[in-house]
Design a protein around this ligand. Structure first.
Ligand code: NI
Length: 172
């Protein structure tokens, strides 16, 4: 397994729409393994392929708490087939937007269909943090970041801040 580089915003590669995976083979499983390791090391609770430069419909998630056993979830070609009408607000962050957070409203409960690590079709009903995390990661597959849900002013503020931090890092 390998730790992959996580692309941070602003970056055009994060706006790429991810392509569905044709077959969950060993090459795809290797990417999923690397993504999971990268996500744990970051540390984060969700990661999409596009964030590590692989614009394929791949997501890793683990919302278990520190005092619980790891509960990794691999979602290939995920599709949300049902949303609750009820909305919930969460303070969201993103590994591609380090140290930036914003309150965002999204449906509280979802039903998602996907292929698992072995290519078998699965259906999962999720609420709470898991639902939130999957919706956030699925946005990445469409080339969307959580800041794209915010007003242009707020989004611009966050992206300029990140750009500035990056410039300081390069010149340091
Ligand atoms: Ni993210």
């Amino acid at each position: 397994m390998a730790i992959l580089h996580i692309i941070t915003a602003p970056d055009r590669r994060l706006k790429v729409k991810s392509k569905p995976v044709e077959a969950v083979d060993d090459a795809i499983r290797r990417v999923l393994d690397d993504m999971l390791e990268t996500m744990y090391q970051a540390p984060g609770i969700g990661l999409s392929g596009v964030q590590v430069g692989v614009p394929k419909c791949l997501i890793t998630v683990d919302v278990s708490r520190d005092d619980e056993e790891d509960a990794p979830l691999f979602l290939v070609n995920p599709e949300i087939v049902a949303y609750s009408e009820e909305l919930e607000t969460y303070n969201e962050g993103c590994l591609s937007l380090p140290d930036q957070f914003a309150d965002l409203e999204r449906p509280g409960e979802i039903t998602v269909q996907y292929l698992d690590y072995h290519g078998a079709p699965q259906q999962l009903r999720a609420d709470g943090l898991l639902s939130r995390c999957i919706q956030h990661e699925m946005d990445h597959l469409k080339g969307r970041l959580f800041v794209d849900h915010l007003s242009a002013v707020k989004r611009g503020m966050i992206l300029r801040k990140l750009e500035k931090i990056r410039r300081q890092k390069v010149s340091a």
